[in-house]
Design a protein around this ligand. Structure first.
Ligand SMILES: [Fe+2]
Length: 190
């Protein structure tokens, strides 16, 4: 059975900064260590926008490892799918359910902020269907709390560099996933 829901809210950050924070994968395990303490790119085809990632997440009080496919659709869409438990022999919620997400960022029509739209698709056996709202709450909580940490980081950088200033992300020494695409779409944003 499938259960789908959408979580939409406004992020108080210009879209160029929100996208940079997402693609700046180096900050994940530092800033979000309470939620994710391991992030490893296992596979990347040259010139593709798809990577295979092994990551641990703490969801609903349970720590679990997963391998998944992560796809960037420029300029501001991020899909996660093919989630599999890792290592496979440790019992995990991913043996029972499969969660795919599709995150889109849109520039706010009136303000210099970002609308975040997260579509979640949970595939689960019928006997877990009664728990779907509980799963939804867990996923929403994780997403909101992680975004709050990002917004704190964004405010700290805003104080130093000014709102919307992404020049630090564009600098040569700064690693970022799909940096060529980022520079193409957001290289002149300030
Ligand atoms: Fe983040």
């Amino acid at each position: 059975m499938n259960y789908k829901f959408t979580l939409t809210y406004e992020l108080d950050a210009p879209i160029a900064i929100a996208v940079a924070a997402y693609l700046d994968s180096e900050h994940y395990i530092f800033l979000h260590s309470a939620y994710t303490d391991k992030y490893e790119v296992l596979h990347h085809e040259h010139h593709s926008r798809v990577i295979t990632v092994r990551q641990t997440w703490k969801l609903l009080g349970i720590s679990m490892g997963q391998v998944y496919t992560c796809e960037y659709v420029p300029p501001a869409q991020f899909k996660n799918y093919n989630v599999k438990p890792s290592p496979w022999y440790i019992p995990s919620i991913h043996h029972l359910i499969s969660v795919s997400t599709d995150l889109k960022y849109l520039p706010h029509p009136e303000k210099d902020t970002t609308i975040s739209i997260l579509d979640v698709d949970i595939k689960l056996p019928f006997w877990l269907y009664p728990l779907r709202h509980w799963l939804q709450k867990g996923i929403e909580k994780l997403k909101i709390e992680k975004d709050e940490e990002d917004i704190e980081m964004i405010y700290r950088r805003e104080k130093l560099f000014g709102r919307g200033n992404n020049s630090v992300y564009l600098a040569d020494h700064q690693f970022m996933l799909y940096k060529d695409d980022y520079v193409k779409y957001y290289g002149n944003s300030k």
